[in-house]
Ligand binder design. Structure first.
Ligand code: GDP
Length: 367
């Protein structure tokens, strides 16, 4: 129609109509007007909102923590510091297992059970793949549909922070925010394929390993070290025909666990079977978590472990920062390549060179 009018105008009138730009129909104007209205929050707004359990403010505070902008980080640190006195009152539960073992299905069932009992459940993830591949093992499918609609549950995918250390730091800070917002169960989900569960283990009270009956340990990619960290091993998908095989697998795991040295917590790791489909075993696993918490609060390990975790953060942060500064300093950047050549030519011992480089660094940076 426009074309007709324009054509007509061009021929019959001095008044010229030009063709306008069509309104894009993929931009929702209502949305745009709302976005403009979102007001910037002050540190106090964040804290007030979080302490009131406001999920929108909590989500925005997490985005602040995840941001790498300097001014966001300064603000985030202030929010975290003010939330710290209100944190710590949760059970932090790590859940690991290879992709496909049923972690999200399990968390959905456990989470719904807990919210129905009056708990507030936060689900966080540590997913190293989100940075490396641009995609994420834990986040690229529709997960936990029921739990994500539950107003007493809060689900947040893994932060991507450049390095696993960065992800760990941000996850720890997010735990503080969630606890201050009243979440009394924090589930940290991680993929059972490597370093990420060591990190998850360093920030939780209890560690659950999900396994399958129909594959050997090698197939499941689970290393001995990860089994050793587990407080409970649960053989998932144990229903129907699988039940018998699961029981046999559970027996094998029980025998294997006997070979490990006793844990400092005083807890003897348990093995049981469960099914996220039939919900069998889920209640029992939670009861075990509660038994564990009771035992370790009584024998003092619970808080000792949290203190150890905090002190480890201190020493790790110091060594990471010093290492970064060392390698980024001008003097080391200049001398390290020469030092490496000297070592490769077998001219000087690596120990002596290391010592000399450290001295050079301090001389250059402390005067
Ligand atoms: P994740 O990758 O570890 O989070 O695993 P998912 O929870 O996405 O589950 C992987 C697949 O296993 C999905 O197709 C689920 O439906 C299925 N699954 C999960 N739990 C069970 C279970 O208890 N029994 C059976 N038979 N299948 C399950």
């Amino acid at each position: 129609m426009y074309d007709e009018i324009i054509d007509k105008n061009n021929k019959e009138s001095a008044l010229k109509l030009t063709k306008g730009t069509e309104q894009r129909n993929d931009v929702n104007l209502n949305y745009l007007s709302r976005v403009k209205k979102v007001k910037a929050l002050s540190v106090n707004d964040y804290i007030e909102g979080i302490l009131q359990g406001n999920r929108t403010v909590l989500a925005r505070a997490i985005t602040l923590v995840e941001s790498n902008l300097h001014r966001h980080q300064t603000m985030a640190q202030e929010v975290i510091e003010k939330c710290l006195p209100h944190s710590g009152n949760s059970i932090r539960l790590g859940i690991t297992g290879v992709p496909g073992v049923g972690k999200s299905s399990f968390i959905e069932v456990l989470g719904k059970m807990l919210t129905s009992q009056g708990h507030k459940v936060a689900v966080l993830a540590i997913d190293p793949s989100s940075e490396r591949s641009g995609g994420s093992i834990l986040g690229d499918k529709t997960r936990m549909e029921l739990l994500s609609c539950d107003e007493n549950a809060f689900i947040r995918p893994s932060p991507s922070a450049g390095s696993l250390g960065g992800v760990a730091r941000k996850t720890r800070e997010i735990i503080v925010l969630c606890e201050a917002a009243g979440y009394d169960v924090v589930l940290i989900e991680t993929v059972g394929v490597g370093q990420s569960e060591v990190l998850a283990h360093s920030m939780v009270d209890f560690f659950l390993l999900l396994q399958l009956a129909n594959a050997g340990d090698e197939l499941q990619g689970i290393k001995r070290g990860i089994m050793e960290m587990a407080d409970v091993i649960a053989i998932n998908k144990s229903e129907g025909k699988e039940k018998e095989r699961s029981e046999i697998a559970a027996l094998n795991y029980r025998n294997a666990l006997h070979l490990f040295p006793p844990a400092e917590s005083g807890w003897i790791p348990k093995v049981l079977t469960c099914s996220a489909y039939t919900k069998e075993g889920i209640k029992e696993i939670w009861e075990m978590v509660l038994d564990y918490v009771r035992l370790t609060k009584k024998n003092g390990f619970f808080f000792k472990n949290r203190n150890t975790q905090n002190l480890r953060i201190l020493t790790e942060t110091i060594s990471q920062t010093l290492t970064e500064r060392f390698y980024n300093s001008e003097v080391i950047k200049e001398k390290l390549p020469i030092a490496k050549d000297d070592i490769l030519d077998n001219r000087v011992s690596a120990y002596i060179i290391a010592q000399n480089l450290i001295e050079d660094y301090f001389k250059a940076n402390l005067t």
